[in-house]
Design a binder for this molecule. Structure first.
Ligand code: SF4
Length: 424
């Protein structure tokens, strides 16, 4: 089974198949400054905030190394460091990175996994910026958290910045007031998806809010509705809408807040009637999936089970057989006892890995165009080799840190998430 990197390389030289961006065949540093925004991949149409890193540093000698040499250097550096380092690999990372990971998982699973290795002096997070921040929030004092390529942000997380959320919060406070109702419920509870900056997790902790993952979003919303009359959910509109709809919240009571418009683009009454105010954010990887793709899969493969991630648009979730987090999708495939055809709507590196891991099933991606997450793909083995060899030399480069004041509030929001239990 070829890795996604190899498939894209082959497509770019004329082999069969389609990719959204043939430039993905080149190493990230060759296009870092030559292309706008987040660079090739699913987020290439999104607007990169001006202050974001466009390019991650990488010494030239690493840029010249062949894949086999990088692979060998990563192995050697990890062996030299032993338990002084733990390498975390997100499900959406390329195979050339994942093979070196001590843990593979989604963002919160990985941050928790790192806590099981307290002796590690450094946590190397092969994922994106907000994930490294979460790992630092949960890390023991003195542990370094390293993001191999500082240009690996997340376009969805970038769609909700603290200033815009504060403006929204003030507008809602002016509309709803700040006093609880007769049941003791506050006017609005802020809920942030794990895929958000540490600053927003801190904001939630400070304002009675909570974090959620794609696995526990419903449990968290149920708890939030017990404490509040309504929820402000950011940054992913789709996870918020899909979850609230499953809970029976009518669509007309889920207005969307566009931070570039007065009152988020809503009239006062729509906001007064709201149960969930959805932030205008989305994941460009999961936004690519369509109802037409689901219909094509059903026509081509009668009996197919369609599994999609809840970051997909509502119509796609409605058309699918099941929806779940990356871990849930993996579990459904792993637990299928009969050979089954699955059509999956999530990031292509993960789907490709499921194909290799479960040969008894026929597994395909709903989208036949290979289009990985732009920023996950920025973690090339060259960066991993560099940061590990720097650690061998006693230097921690590309450290991600969260101010302790922010981290304290963020831990409060994470603790509220852990305390939320499914309702009977
Ligand atoms: S897959 Fe989507 S949410 Fe995840 S890092 Fe990429 S852009 Fe962000």
């Amino acid at each position: 089974m070829s890795s996604i990197a190899t498939l894209i390389e082959n497509i770019s030289t004329g082999a069969a198949g389609r990719t959204c961006a043939p430039e993905l065949a080149h190493e990230p540093w060759t296009f870092d400054l030559g292309v706008p925004g987040y660079g090739p991949g699913a987020s290439m149409g999104d607007v990169l905030p001006a202050a974001s890193a466009r390019r991650g540093a990488l010494p030239e000698r690493y840029q010249a190394m062949a894949p086999a040499e990088l692979d060998e250097r990563i192995r050697a550096a990890k062996a030299a460091l032993g338990s002084r380092v733990v390498v975390l690999g997100h499900f959406y990372q390329r195979d050339e990175i994942v093979r070196h990971a001590d843990f593979l998982g989604d963002s919160y699973q990985l941050a928790r996994a790192a806590q099981t290795v307290p002796e590690a002096e450094a946590i190397v997070f092969c994922g994106v910026h907000f994930m490294a921040e979460t790992a630092h929030i949960l890390a023991r004092p003195g542990q370094d958290v390293i993001l191999p390529n500082l240009a690996a942000g997340c376009s969805m997380a970038d769609m909700a910045d603290l200033d815009s959320v504060l403006e929204c919060w003030e507008s809602l406070a002016a509309l709803y007031g700040t006093e609880p109702d007769e049941h003791g419920r506050v006017p609005v509870v802020p809920v942030t998806y794990m895929n958000s900056s540490a600053a927003l997790k801190g904001f939630c902790g400070e304002h009675g809010g909570v974090v959620c993952t794609s696995s526990n979003a419903q449990t968290v919303l149920e708890e939030a509705f017990e404490r509040g009359q309504r929820v402000l959910f950011f940054p992913d509109q789709h996870l918020g809408r899909n979850t609230a709809k499953r809970m029976g919240v009518p669509l007309e009571r889920m207005p969307m807040w566009n931070p570039r418009k007065p009152l988020g683009g809503n009239d006062r009454q729509a906001l007064l009637d709201a149960r969930v105010v959805l932030w205008h954010g989305f994941c460009s990887v999961h936004k690519r999936f369509t109802v037409e793709q689901v219909q094509r899969a059903r026509a081509a493969h009668p009996g197919v089970r369609v599994l999609v991630h809840p970051e997909c648009p509502m119509a796609v979730v409605d058309a699918a057989d099941e929806t779940g987090s990356t871990d849930r999708i993996r579990t459904i495939v792993a637990e299928a006892t009969e050979p089954t055809t699955f059509a999956i709507g999530t990031e292509i590196n993960m789907v490709n890995r499921l194909v290799a891991q479960f040969p008894q099933h026929r597994i395909l991606c709903l989208d036949d165009v290979i289009c990985p997450c732009s920023t996950m793909y920025r973690i090339h083995p060259g960066y991993l080799a560099w940061v590990l060899e720097e650690l061998v030399e006693g230097r921690a480069v590309n450290r991600i840190t969260v101010d302790e004041g922010v981290a304290q509030h963020a831990r409060v929001a994470l603790d509220r998430m852990l305390a939320a239990k499914p309702r009977a």
